[in-house]
Design a protein around this ligand. Sequence first.
Ligand SMILES: Nc1ncnc2c1ncn2[C@@H]1O[C@H](COP(=O)(O)OP(=O)(O)O)[C@@H](O)[C@H]1O
Ligand SMILES: [Mg+2]
Length: 274
Amino acid sequence: MIDTLKITNLHVNVAGKEILKGVNLEIKRGETHALMGPNGSGKSTLGLAIMGHPNYEVTQGSIELNGENLLEMEADGRARAGIFMAFQRPIAIPGVKLADFLRHATTNVRNPDRKEGEELIPMREFRKEIREKMEQLKIDPEFARRYVNDGFSGGEMKRAEILQLAMLQPKFAVLDETDSGLDADAVMLASQSIAEIGRQRIGLLIITHHDKLLEHNRPDFTHVMLGGRIVETGGVELAAELHAKGYDRIRKTYPEADAVNQAMLEEETATAGT
Ligand SMILES: Nc1ncnc2c1ncn2[C@@H]1O[C@H](COP(=O)(O)OP(=O)(O)O)[C@@H](O)[C@H]1O
Ligand SMILES: [Mg+2]
């Protein structure tokens, strides 16, 4: 059986306000899905809800991994079940070296039944593996000695994220791309690295505005989000159309969703101003 992540009629509230209004999405391991849509349409919210971020309250619907209810698991349980998310704004952990962080994370994901305080992956084994992965991804070995995301450039954060993805070998990964702050080289590196890790072994949900990322990781499906719903699903040609022409056609075709999107954005701007 192919591992399947299934999202059905998902409604999500943030700060008491409904942001996702019935999202349906099914991803099989080995497929690449692009999630696109204008600002404020709910893309990051969907990613965070999949990961189990405590501020994202699911009020209706379900998220299942091979028929098992993910909503009953905390964020760390979901990570152990094989779900990975790269955050749009990763947190820094000063004082914790990337290598130590990855050794803990990798141990937890590989030994789901491990109790607190039990052995980590043996150092020798872990070192060998991380060295191989860094070589494969053309990452300077010194990089693993840096503190997690502490003073990292956008490109370095991306590199740390890719290394984490390569080490954890999740079943499903949500990659939420920054809209800015990444130069073309960093995007290129990230794209090639994902291809290198072997996208055929991961179910990928890529939230992106960069066509470079999708060039190297050709989406099998493209979904367009507007006003908290997926309004249209297509293939790689839909991603190409949106890159070339923007969202005007989508907004005109789905005026109700567009009105909802505008209202959410205005509310956000109003709150930000207070
Ligand atoms: N932490 C938050 N607090 C309050 N509102 C939020 C928060 N995160 C998201 N929102 C609301 O959810 C809407 C969707 O945001 P988001 O999922 O970040 O969209 P996207 O990633 O598509 O740009 C925004 O318009 C905003 O109103
Ligand atoms: Mg976002």
